[in-house]
Design a protein around this ligand. Structure first.
Ligand SMILES: Nc1ncnc2c1ncn2[C@@H]1O[C@H](COP(=O)(O)OP(=O)(O)OP(=O)(O)O)[C@@H](O)[C@H]1O
Ligand SMILES: [Mg+2]
Length: 263
């Protein structure tokens, strides 16, 4: 019997931005059910990689497949595919003048024609899944950073996407809130039968819940293997990143996005 197609498959992908190659020779397969940690220093191209998975950024070469199909090129097909990908971007992106429940309801209102009582029920279920049923009527400013992050998580789950993508879900959270969010990522992945890709530079919080880890640095994948293998690696490039050392094979100077930023 053939093995089921991986949920995500990248084959020798090159990603360019602003006329520069950000990532090259990226090959990666994510089987259903896995939580994969994508690690790497700031500016290494982690968010860029995610942009290729959602079809936001077209590869300069190589192929990207999601759910066993090549990335669609027609806009309509792309929008349809994106409904199957729950994305939690860097920062929460919650609308501040809407309550937690209203924020979670947004994707349901935008992408379904479900009647209001059904949407309300689904929203309560999603908030319950992240342990925040009691916070339904709170505004984002009334929530702690960790709670707000969980509301964003509930919103990303609203349409029951089989693939979840998290970009730096731990930024600005203390170690306890980080632990709560990461174990939630794992628990939701397993109980809802999802596949999750977690981009982060929070190695120590993320590795314990991951099945597989990749490290990107200097424009390519420099490690791909189990969290145990990552912790044991003696590769100087990977060790420099794991230990947060300023000097080593990872260069300090990254080219800025544009001239304004450099000024
Ligand atoms: N829209 C863009 N146009 C041009 N260059 C870009 C663009 N977005 C990102 N870059 C460049 O691509 C490189 C990788 O950026 P990216 O945001 O993917 O890094 P990252 O690993 O997510 O960093 P961080 O951990 O800080 O979020 C950087 O050098 C950045 O300047
Ligand atoms: Mg990023």
């Amino acid at each position: 019997m053939n093995a089921p197609a991986p949920i995500v498959r990248l084959d020798r992908v090159r990603l360019d931005r602003g006329g520069r190659t950000i990532l090259r020779d990226i090959s990666l397969e994510v089987p259903k059910g896995q939580v994969v940690a994508v690690l790497g220093p700031s500016g290494s191209g982690k968010s860029t990689l995610l942009a290729a998975l959602t079809g936001e950024l077209e590869p300069a070469s190589g192929t990207v497949e999601v759910f066993g199909r090549p990335m669609p090129t027609r806009n309509r097909d792309l929008l349809e595919l994106r409904k199957g990908i729950g994305v939690m971007l860097q920062g929460n992106g919650l609308l501040t003048d809407l309550t937690a429940a209203e924020n979670v309801a947004l994707p349901l209102r935008a992408h379904t024609t479900l009647p209001k009582p059904v949407i309300e029920r689904l929203v309560r279920m999603k908030l319950h899944a992240v342990g925040l049923r009691a916070a339904a009527d709170a505004f984002p400013r009334e929530l702690s950073g960790g709670m707000a992050r969980r509301v964003a998580l509930a919103r990303a789950l609203a349409l029951d996407p089989p693939l979840m993508i998290y970009d730096e879900p731990l930024t600005g959270l203390d170690p306890i809130a980080s632990g709560v969010v990461m174990s939630l990522v794992r628990r939701l992945n397993d109980t809802l039968g999802l596949t999750s890709i977690v981009v982060t530079h929070h190695v120590h919080e993320t590795l314990p819940v991951a099945d597989h880890a990749i490290v990107i640095a200097n424009g390519q994948i420099v490690f791909s293997g189990s969290p145990e293998a990552l912790s044991a690696t003696e590769d100087p490039l990977v060790r420099q990143f794991l230990n947060g050392e300023p000097d080593g094979p990872i260069g300090f100077d990254a080219a800025p996005r544009n001239a304004q930023e450099a000024a």
